[in-house]
Design a protein around this ligand. Structure first.
Ligand code: C2E
Ligand code: CA
Ligand code: CA
Ligand code: CA
Length: 278
């Protein structure tokens, strides 16, 4: 009778250990712990003015490097953070990093703009805006130096988004619509929003001179941008042929591996100095 009891106890013990590890290692817990431990940093990908070749700014891209040295791509952890309602602390942390870097760039006389990605939930709630305003004021950085990029999903509830949009612009931020054309929003609704810029998604830039079906969309996206009087920024530019196409089409700004990958803040400053000849 002792043997089945021993078996039972050890089975229960194994069960307990399995249950505990699962609980401790759920993605949600891992992400929450990573935010507490600040396992994130921000990289900056240069944005170029096509006509002059000058580097005018950068997009801030969040990175998660885990304790064990492995990187989790943002395409994985941003959707997770949104799903687990952890996007707010993540956005706050990203804002803290970007504002600190901007203050540092200001001290070195670099007049740049940094575009930050605002997730759909942030855009709908507008909660990040006072956080940003306060951080900028404390660091003595002008709000016009921070651009906002929000995807079409951020404008799904147009009334809510409009509030955030108007408050952000009143603060002096420029707002661009990100991944334009990849969502399902109604164009007529987008057209009524007071936006400043439009980012052409990499998938459209990739198609230039290649994928016939997608490439017919590109001139229309550019035409919409011009028609709405928006600044146009093309992302994912990798070749001179793509750049030439965009220049001829009157696209103002470009970002991509043709110029630089995402860089650390100090690498970015060095890149800007070399490129702009300061
Ligand atoms: P996105 O906003 O569309 O960012 C552009 C992505 O394209 C970046 O990937 C960038 O590194 C990549 N890229 C730029 N140029 C090239 C190129 O020439 N070739 C190739 N192959 N790729 C290029 P990344 O950094 O992996 O970011 C992926 C997405 O994660 C972003 O897409 C954005 O939606 C999201 N994300 C990144 N940082 C943040 C953040 O701080 N907050 C929020 N809410 N989302 C973020
Ligand atoms: Ca973006
Ligand atoms: Ca995206
Ligand atoms: Ca994109």
């Amino acid at each position: 009778a002792l043997i089945p009891l021993a078996l039972l106890v050890s089975a229960a013990l194994v069960g307990l250990i399995v249950w505990l590890t699962r609980r401790l290692l759920t993605p949600r817990r891992a992400l929450a712990a990573a935010i507490r431990r600040r396992e994130f940093h921000v990289l900056y990908q240069p944005i170029m003015e096509i006509a002059t070749g000058l580097c005018v700014g950068a997009e801030a891209l969040l990175r998660w490097r885990r304790d064990d040295g492995t990187d989790v791509p943002p395409d994985v952890f941003i959707p997770l953070a949104e799903e687990y309602h952890l996007i707010e602390p993540l956005t706050d942390m990203m804002i803290g990093c970007v504002v600190a870097d901007l203050a540092d760039m200001l001290r070195r006389d670099h007049d740049v703009h940094v575009a930050i990605n605002i997730s759909a939930a942030d855009m709908q709630s507008g909660r990040f805006l006072p956080v940003l305003t306060e951080a900028l004021a404390a660091a003595g950085v002008a709000p016009r130096q921070v651009w906002l990029e929000a995807t079409e999903r951020g404008f799904i509830d147009a009334a809510l988004a409009r509030q955030t949009l108007e408050r952000a612009r009143a603060q002096g931020h420029l707002v661009a619509i990100d991944d334009f054309g990849t969502g399902y929003s109604s164009l007529s609704q987008l057209a009524t929003l007071p936006l400043d810029g439009l980012k052409i998604d990499k998938s459209f830039v990739d198609a230039i001179g290649r994928d016939a079906a997608t490439s017919v969309v590109v001139p229309h996206v550019i035409e919409i941008g011009h028609g709405l009087n928006l600044l146009i920024i093309a992302e994912g530019v990798e070749t001179l042929a793509q750049e030439a196409y965009l220049r001829a089409a009157g696209v103002g700004f470009a970002q991509g591996w043709l110029y630089a990958k995402a860089l650390t803040a100090s690498e970015f400053l060095a890149f800007q100095e070399t490129t702009n000849g300061q």
